[in-house]
Ligand binder design. Structure first.
Ligand code: DAH
Length: 339
């Protein structure tokens, strides 16, 4: 029995020393000390040992067990340290490698133009309000003096959800929503997306942006409209900018006008930018039609107002001298970074 134990011990040490992984080490443990392990088998044989020899044999078995456990534990420690070292080496960070570039985006020209427009009007005491893009026909047309069979509706009669709901064709709808609230006086701009059934080309898109403006107070006249929009034009296109108001027609304003600015590129002499005209059209405006005020419950004996509508893309394209609107929607970061 003694020799058997000696033999087990020697073989165990040999096996332990030749293992190179924790899993294999565990296999060795099980094969010796496990329920069906060699040493356990020996213990089961104790019943055949002479009673007088049992204490002695028991002691040797225990010693063997302890010795094997100790070697096993040492081997386990050594192996796990080795594994950890290998892992550390594999995960080492090479601080001399060039850093990964963090790609930072860039504000879109539309955003830049809108920020500027907002700043100008907020500086004049205007509020910025938003309205829904999916809009009732009533707010988009009817309440703006564009009844069902009005020819002005024809051009914009576009994306209907059903016969009462439409993708708004103009941000003028937000005027009505604000007037209806009945809180006067009113000084607001409303930027947002609008939709029309236009084919995509260098100057058109089925989805674009407008900024609507509205002022309603006592004693508001066309002079206030002019003063405000002249100031706006000078802020956006430079202090030398001259403006020109051409009579026009919008159903919701009376009188109505379109405003041109002197070409900021040639100063009015005529160039490619202004197509030789010296002037560039930038917005529509007018005094709010009394019928529009009445429909929204405003007392026309007391209040008057003016309104205007600017195409945001138009301002961005002019300001940054971009000659094709489609570039604004491609969102190529290399393009956007120029502005
Ligand atoms: N909503 C008009 C359009 O889409 C623009 C406009 C013109 C708005 C005159 C106004 C305005 O408020 O007074 O063409």
């Amino acid at each position: 029995m003694k020799e058997r134990l000696q033999e087990i011990r020697e073989r165990a040490l040999e096996q332990i020393n030749s293992t190179d992984s924790l899993e294999k080490l565990n296999e060795v443990r099980v094969s010796i000390l496990g329920k069906k392990g060699e040493l356990t088998e020996v213990l089961k044989g104790m019943k055949d040992v002479e009673p007088k020899d049992r204490p002695m044999v028991g002691q040797i078995v225990n010693e063997t067990r302890q010795a094997i456990e100790e070697v096993l534990e040492n081997a386990r420690k050594e192996l796990s340290e080795k594994m950890r070292e290998i892992q550390m080496k594999a995960e080492v960070i090479d601080v001399t490698l060039p850093a990964k570039k963090n790609n930072v985006g860039h504000s879109h020209p539309n955003t830049l133009a809108l920020e500027e427009i907002k700043k100008i009007f907020v500086g004049m005491g205007y509020e910025v309000v938003e309205g829904p893009e999916v809009e009732y026909d009533y707010y988009n047309f009817e309440a703006l003096n564009i009844p069902a069979n009005h020819p002005a509706k024809d051009e914009q009669d576009t994306f209907y959800i059903n016969d009462k709901i439409v993708l708004r064709t103009q941000t003028s709808s937000v005027q009505v929503r604000e007037m209806e609230k009945g809180k006067l006086p009113l000084r607001m701009i409303s930027p947002g997306r609008v939709y029309r059934a236009d084919e995509v080309d260098a100057t058109h898109s089925p989805c674009f942006h407008q900024v609507e403006g509205l002022v309603i107070d006592e004693n508001i006249t066309f002079a206030d409209l002019k003063g405000t929009l002249v100031e706006f034009a000078k802020e956006v296109f430079g202090p030398e900018t001259k403006v020109k108001f051409r009579p026009h027609h919008f159903p919701f304003t009376e009188p109505s006008a379109e405003m041109d600015v002197s070409c900021f590129k040639c100063g009015g002499k005529g160039c490619r930018m202004c197509k030789g005209e010296g002037w560039i059209e930038i917005l529509g405006c007018g005094m709010v039609h009394p019928h529009v005020l009445e429909m929204s419950g405003i007392d026309t004996d007391k209040y008057t107002g003016f309104a205007f509508g600017v195409g945001l893309e138009r301002i961005a394209l002019l300001k940054y001298e971009i000659d094709d609107m489609r570039l604004l929607y491609e969102n190529d970061a290399r393009f956007l970074k120029q502005f």
